[in-house]
Ligand binder design. Structure first.
Ligand code: R5P
Length: 302
């Protein structure tokens, strides 16, 4: 088995923990925005018949899910058709388009499923992803027709970091009801039974977010607001502000995927977060938690 992907710390770590070699992938972008992922093989037949794991992460902040998806699709197709690798597995820690897991309004695409289908058509046999945002379609494996989808939770990696922070009587807060399951997961890891979900409504036309809080007694306690994705930061900032106003001692903002569009980070800090804890599912220099060990465990276990 060989790992193919940008030879950054994440992938070098992954390859080293799996004791497999790594072949670099260069992410070239042409001036007009077209992408050209080049697998740095020295001979045309170097990977012929080899089992390959392609590992690519989307850059945070400047991220472009469309470019990322096309890069992965082109690399997979190249591995299958020209390079002729075998059993192509893909690590996409942040699975793009997952939030469109429903036809919310007539005429919209069921993007999460179509993206899964595009990957299968390109030649993927297994997709490993972390905390895939699916609430309306049953499960990640259920998106695929032939390929295997493996969904790994990113919350234990966040909890590991939180555990080392000597939190004072922590209270775990989900900024919306969908995140309650993750708040519970983190609460269990931290050994507390105190977790709660606020209620969020998002206008599907304008994207505007309204959060209805639940009054909780967090005075003198540390609050941890957990979510899967921070995109514009609106959801997280509303919840952080609310617990800060309710008198929390410190407020931690913990999330798996630091998509961080525009001034998302400033919004969360401006709302009163003392510390941001995010994982490395996207390329972001501020990540404090890593999902590498869980990925290795999952892949080795199969
Ligand atoms: C959606 O329900 C997700 O779990 C996140 O809460 C959402 O994607 C965050 O988006 P934003 O940062 O733009 O508020």
């Amino acid at each position: 088995m060989i790992l193919v992907g940008p030879a950054d710390e994440f992938n070098r770590n992954l390859a080293s923990k799996m004791s497999i070699p790594i072949i670099d992938l260069q992410r070239r972008v042409f001036p007009d925005g077209e992408v050209c992922p080049r697998i740095m093989i020295e001979r045309e037949d170097q990977l012929r018949g080899e089992e390959v794991i392609l590992s690519m992460r989307m850059p945070s902040k400047s991220c472009n899910p469309n470019s990322y998806l096309v890069e992965v699709l082109l690399a997979v197709r190249n591995l299958r058709e020209h390079i002729r690798a075998s059993n192509i597995q893909v690590i996409m820690p942040y699975f793009p388009y997952a939030r469109q897991d429903n036809i919310f309004r007539p005429g919209e695409p069921l993007s999460a499923k179509y993206v899964a289908n595009l990957l299968e058509e390109a030649g993927v046999e297994t997709v490993y992803a972390v905390t895939v945002h699916l609430h309306r379609v049953g499960s990640f494996p259920g998106l695929f027709q032939r390929a295997r989808g493996v969904n790994i939770s990113g919350f234990p990696s966040l909890a590991e970091v939180l555990k080392r922070m000597d939190l004072v009587n922590p209270y775990i807060i989900a900024p919306d009801e969908e995140a309650l399951v993750w708040a519970k997961e983190v609460a269990e890891c931290l050994g507390t039974e105190d977790y709660v979900a606020f209620i969020k409504e998002r206008d599907v036309e304008t994207g505007e977010i309204r959060t209805t809080i639940k009054e909780i007694d967090v005075r003198g306690r540390d609050a941890v607001v957990v979510d899967d994705i921070v995109s514009t930061g609106g959801t997280m900032a509303n919840a952080v502000r609310a617990v800060r106003e309710m008198g929390a001692r410190k407020v931690y903002s913990a999330f798996v995927h630091p998509v961080l569009v525009g001034n998302a980070l400033d919004r969360i800090i401006g709302a009163g977060a003392n510390e941001i804890i995010a994982s490395d599912t996207l390329i972001w220099e501020g990540s404090k938690a890593s999902v590498v060990d869980q990925l290795v465990e999952e892949i080795k276990g199969r």
